[in-house]
Every structure is written in C-alpha cells, then in structure tokens.
Write a protein that binds this ligand. Structure first.
Ligand code: ADP
Ligand code: MG
Ligand code: MG
Length: 211
C-alpha cells in the first residue's frame, strides 16, 4: 500500500479546513501563554496555500511538490514563530518525498524530516512545551508502527495518536522556548498552541489516509 499525490493534496486541504475550524481555540490557547495570534496566523497561511493549489494549471507531479508549495507559502504568510518552524518542517518533508507515492517507510521519513526541520529551526528538545512535544512522539510512534509492518494509513494513525498524547503532555510543562517562556512558571497549566496545531495537522494526515 502507498499514499499518492492526491492524498497529499487532500491532506493539505483538510489541514486548511481544520485550522479554520479551530482558529478560535488556537487563538485562545495562544492568548493564555503567548500573544494570541496562532490561530489567525495559521488560518491566513493555510488559506493562502489552498488559493495556490486552486490556481495551479497542472496538478503537482510529486508529494514533494505539494509539500514544497505548503512550505514556501507558510514561510511567506504565517509570520511569528510558527511560520518559519512549519515552513522548515514542510520543506524538509518535501525533500524526503521526491516521488509520486510514499509507502510506510516513506511516511516515517516524511515525519522524521518534518521534526528535524522544526528542531533545526527552533532548537527545542522535548519537554520545552513546544510543537516538538507533539512531533517527536509522533515520529517515534510512526517508526515503530512501520517496523511492525503497519500500512501507511495505520502508521499515520499511530503518529496522530502519539501527537495527541504529546500535545496533552505539554499542559503541566514550563515553557523554555518561544514567547511562552517569558511567563516562566506561569506557563504551566496550559496546552501549548503549537503542539495543539501540530496534533490537528497530523490528525488530518491520518484521516485523509484512511479514506
Ligand atoms: P509567535 O509566538 O511568534 O506569536 P505563533 O503564536 O504562531 O508564533 O506560534 C507559537 C508556537 O510556536 C508555540 O506554541 C510553540 O509550539 C512554537 N514554538 C515557539 N518557539 C519554538 C521553538 N523554538 N521550537 C519549537 N517550537 C516553537
Ligand atoms: Mg503567537
Ligand atoms: Mg506572534
């Protein structure tokens, strides 16, 4: 079993829909420990991504082409911390997916490359109350599922479940990276908005793969 370019496009469009649907929630989470713009930043970015997809004259040839379009658009439209972080994640993921399909190992490579991009850009490790706390367990769970022989959709399902647990795990943490770190101990007791949005993006990946 493999996932194809149509899946990648479906993932991106579904990501845009879920980001729009959760805009207010992400704003509220970011209002509690940041500056309250995360939901609007991502809504603006993914709305621009969909507009670019709609304007393409020919469908993208590879999964990498789809992810590269996401990367460049998010970098130029999202701003803040999340723009460069997600932009780098999708750019690295694009480089890991040069073909027109991905198998289970390819899905793992995509997720690991995305995580590497976020870490390269933001220098956070797990436990710092950032999107890394969703991505890192997601990539790990994906690798384990693939090693156990899971199909791509199941690999993404495992990743999404781990991202959900990872996002929840940020609640008690004290932020040591990004804007939330300015609050010190007062950042504890809140879900990190970037970990929550990462969970939503990975849930969209799993949901579209299962169709
Ligand atoms: P800003 O903080 O500039 O307003 P956003 O609100 O769009 O940007 O994004 C905030 C999210 O970015 C945080 O919730 C956190 O998950 C993530 N983040 C911030 N700094 C880092 C970092 N150095 N590494 C990884 N993720 C980070
Ligand atoms: Mg913010
Ligand atoms: Mg901001």
């Amino acid at each position: 079993m493999t996932l194809d370019v149509a899946w990648a496009v479906d993932w991106v469009r579904t990501s845009a829909a879920t980001v729009v649907e959760h805009r207010d929630e992400l704003i509220e989470l970011d209002r509690q420990i940041g500056d309250g713009d995360h939901g609007e930043n991502l809504k603006r970015g993914f709305t621009a991504v969909v507009a670019k997809l709609d304007a393409l004259e020919a469908p993208p040839a590879t999964i990498g082409d789809v992810l590269k379009l996401v990367a460049t658009t998010l970098m130029s439209t999202v701003g803040g911390a999340a723009g460069p972080l997600y932009g780098t994640a999708y750019l690295r993921a694009a480089k890991a997916c040069g073909g027109s399909t991905v198998d289970s190992a390819g899905v793992v490579a995509l997720l690991e490359a995305g995580l590497e991009g976020i870490v390269a850009r933001g220098k956070a490790t797990t436990g710092e109350k950032t999107m890394v706390d969703a991505w890192s367990p997601a990539a790990e769970a994906a690798a384990k599922a693939a090693a156990d022989g899971a199909e791509p959709a199941q690999v993404l399902e495992a990743a999404a479940r781990a991202a959900t647990a990872g996002a929840e795990s940020t609640i008690p943490l004290v932020a040591t990276k990004g804007r939330a770190s300015y609050l010190g101990e007062r950042s504890a007791g809140h879900l990190d908005p970037g970990a929550r949005s990462s969970q939503l993006l990975l849930e969209a990946a799993a949901a579209t793969a299962a169709r």
